[in-house]
Design a protein around this ligand. Structure first.
Ligand code: FBP
Length: 553
């Protein structure tokens, strides 16, 4: 493998562990806290998890290791979208496992949860794992989106574990994957398989967090990567002074990524999907909000700017959701064939006009034609509109263009408007992890092994106090059931970990809200620059603005 000088240097980096895990395996003991309860629906969740519900929160501390000696054979799975630092979770797990007993074994199941079901794995060895230390990506074993959720799958998983003498499974994933980890843990306990299950909180989207989990890993690096790029674009804006850049950033549903990038770069406008939903904003109102910034800046001679758009925003616009629902209905079943047989767009447009309600037709009519066609052409296997494919950066730039044309006609705007479009998503998911993510992930993996060694199951590896230096981080574990409530999924009530959306009364949004007018009307850009790996801790170990604000810093 060809290795770049930076990668070579990163191999040498020793991730920082929380102080309490630094003294060697023999010196880590457990402190048990209070018994836990689920955040809501206690009766239902406790009935569904009779073997794993209500367990105690635990923290590790310095003291004699009292765990029972036992050969550990652990299987690890990477689940869902890539997030920087995943390799370090595996490395931390491996190092703790080998430091405890060199005969312990780590299996890496390949390609996500399906690797466990298909018994497709590699056995981790030093030479192999060393190539992945402090690197981005999930290529060490690959990832996948197969959900481990049915009894049938659990039975297969139990068989595979029995075959290899596996004592524990570590699932590295987001809210869904960790919900499934809890269900799998319960199954394994109920069937006396002796297999423990531990989860680790991953996702660049930042939406797996709650009063126990301060951050999911990958969010730090991904947002720093996007913010670097946005800052570079802002510099370009300042230099050429001729474009409005519409930048969509990843985050399937929640707007944490967009908000963090706005806090880092002080872009002129940033949409927050949760606010759009709360205020029931229409597409036209959103376009007006952006056009206001364009107009005010044009009056100052600044025909340039930056708009950040969260990936999922259109689903949060109430009128747009209604439109999508009607389109899905309009083309349900056999009606799709009739629509597809129509010979040209005019004929299709007439069909649509007849089928949609007046209100939805009004929304449809203001969309640029390319977006209108996209809604009808790109459909998933069930025939539904693929909302995630909608190029909302182009949608809003076109709508703003139309607003500005109206304002020009009315004499309130006299600027020049040229729009450029970007989507930053995959660019950040496999970036070389920041020191924060390298340290945090390694700690999560190391800590996951300590939970296994002490016999816990159905726990999420928890490392907290994250805005302090790593020395002061607190390592431990939290029963996953504590984070659960009941929610409607595919027409059924299911136990789930609640997805954390941006809280409009939370400190990060409040800070943004207090400054956004100034950022919209003036040029307050900040340029975070590239992630730094070597240098003063004040630069290299910086956490996100979101975390700092949430911690009141
Ligand atoms: P996870 O929730 O699995 O971490 O994935 C997050 C994400 O990166 C979203 O931001 C994005 O919408 C989605 O994955 C893209 O998924 P895919 O990799 O399947 O295209």
């Amino acid at each position: 493998m060809n290795v770049s000088p930076l990668q070579k240097a990163r191999y040498e980096y020793s991730p920082k562990l929380p102080g309490m895990l630094r003294n060697g395996i023999a010196d880590i003991c457990v402190k048990e806290g209070e018994a836990t309860q689920s955040v809501a629906d206690q009766d239902k969740i406790s009935a569904l998890f009779p073997n794993t519900y209500g367990k105690k929160e635990i923290t590790f501390q310095k003291g004699q290791n009292t765990s029972a000696a036992k050969k550990q054979v652990v299987g690890v799975i990477l689940s869902g979208g890539q997030a920087p630092g995943g390799h370090n979770v595996v490395c931390g797990l491996y190092d703790a496992l080998k430091a405890t007993d060199k005969d312990n074994v780590l299996y890496g199941f390949k390609g996500g949860p399906s690797g466990l079901l298909e018994d497709d794995f590699i056995v981790m060895e030093d030479d192999y794992i060393d190539q992945y230390r402090n690197t981005g990506g999930f290529d060490i074993i690959g990832s996948g989106r197969t959900k481990l959720e049915t009894e049938e799958q659990f039975a297969i998983a139990a068989e595979v574990c029995k075959k290899h003498g596996i004592t524990a499974i570590v699932i590295i994933g987001g809210d869904d994957s960790n919900t499934n980890a809890a269900v799998l843990a319960e199954y394994m306990a109920a069937h006396n398989t002796g297999v423990q299950v531990i989860g680790c909180p991953k996702t660049i989207d930042g939406d797996l967090k709650n009063e126990d989990i301060e951050a999911s890993f990958g969010f730090d690096t991904a947002t720093k990567t996007y913010s670097e790029l946005i800052g570079n674009i802002e510099r370009d804006c300042n230099s050429s002074k001729k474009y409005w850049h519409f930048i969509k950033v990843m985050g399937r549903s929640a707007s944490h990524v967009a908000l963090e990038c706005a806090l880092e770069t002080q872009a002129n406008v940033c949409l927050i999907s949760e606010e759009v939903a709360e205020k029931k904003m229409s597409l036209s109102q959103i376009a007006d909000q952006i056009a206001d910034s364009v107009e005010v800046r044009a009056a100052k001679g600044w025909n340039f700017g930056v708009v950040i758009i969260p990936e999922g925003v259109v689903e949060f616009v109430p009128e747009f959701s209604v439109l999508i629902g009607e389109i899905n209905e309009l083309l349900a079943g056999e009606k799709a064939a009739a629509f597809n047989a129509l010979e040209n767009w005019d004929a299709k447009y007439a069909f649509i006009e007849k089928g949609l309600t007046k209100e939805s037709m009004e929304v449809f009519a203001i969309l640029p034609q390319a977006i209108q066609q996209q809604l009808f052409l790109d459909r998933d296997p069930h025939g539904n509109v693929q909302v995630s494919l909608i190029e909302s950066e182009k949608l809003f730039s076109a709508m703003v263009g139309a607003k500005l044309a109206e304002r020009k006609a009315a004499g309130t705007y006299n600027g020049k408007y040229n729009a450029m479009h970007h989507f930053f998503g995959y660019e950040g998911r496999c970036a070389c992890p920041s020191n924060f993510d390298a340290d945090y992930c390694y700690s999560l993996g190391y800590n996951a092994f300590m939970l296994i060694q002490y016999g816990y199951t159905g726990y999420l590896s928890k490392v907290s106090n994250l805005s302090a230096p790593a020395e002061e981080w607190v390592a431990g574990g939290m029963p996953i059931t504590k984070m659960m409530n009941m929610a409607r999924r595919h027409g059924e009530d299911k136990p789930v970990i609640r997805k954390a959306l941006v809280e409009l009364d939370g400190a990060p949004f409040k800070y943004f809200e207090a400054h956004r007018k100034e950022w919209a009307e003036n040029t307050c850009f900040t340029f975070p620059g590239a992630i730094q790996y070597f240098g003063p801790s004040s630069v290299c170990d910086l956490t996100t603005r979101t975390l700092a604000l949430e911690k009141g810093e």
